[in-house]
Design a protein around this ligand. Sequence first.
Ligand code: GLU
Length: 287
Amino acid sequence: MSGGATPVFRFAPSPNGRLHLGHAYSALLNEDMARRLGGRLLLRIEDIDPVRSRPELVAGIFSDIDWLGIAFEAPVRRQSEHMAEYRHALEGLAGRGLAYPCFCSRGQIAAMVAADAPRDPDGGPLYPGTCRALSGEEAARRRAAGEPHAWRLDMARALAQAPGPHAYTAFDAEGGERRLSADPARWGDPVIGRRDVPTSYHLAVVLDDAAQGVSHVVRGQDLEAATDLHVLLQELLGLASPAYHHHALLRGPDGEKLAKSKGSESLADLRARGASAADLRARLGFS
Ligand code: GLU
């Protein structure tokens, strides 16, 4: 990070469900840390998923944030409006031989790998590399025939170009910093372009953090392992690397992390039951 520059923070929810307490915590922690460090506060809507991202969920994010009383700067960046930029970066990586088309479906991959095969940090099977071995002619023929395909990073080639050692800066609430080492190889050959859109979460997040000049990323511990891959992508793409703070996840009474998929209480539900934003801030430890 460049000394003296104004820090830039961002909250980057995906409109795949209603925001819940965990999102509120993350947004309020961004606000709190930005205030402490004299930083700016940006909002980004991570709506790359054309099916799950619904307009009413985007509208819900804005109304939840208004209710919480967090003042994000305008304009709000929406990932769905930047597909051409993602495509450009993806094609650049492919053109350098660092990404290849993968025609395997999830089901095919599951059938190919043994139950005890190595897994990525999110628990998915590491891709066995089948399509990495396709000849350029065969891949081109299958693409030309319209066969659906994702794009995977060729980790071995990527690491040959950017051998590391890889590391990133982690910061704490007091602004203290330390370097943490990163091991991108544990992601195998990850998808960086999905079948339906020319990006994946990983590619879009590093491009957008750079495009928005983000210097400080505050997000949940569930994304800590992904940072190992993000620093590699930043290096390959010549992007600055922000500092990171991965906060503990809020847990429900059952000890499970709060996840919208498990139907945990949404901010809209809490609000409908009469909770005030001040109650919620106090409950989450913010004033
Ligand atoms: N969009 C991601 C989510 O809602 C967060 C991405 C990030 O903070 O890097 O889980």
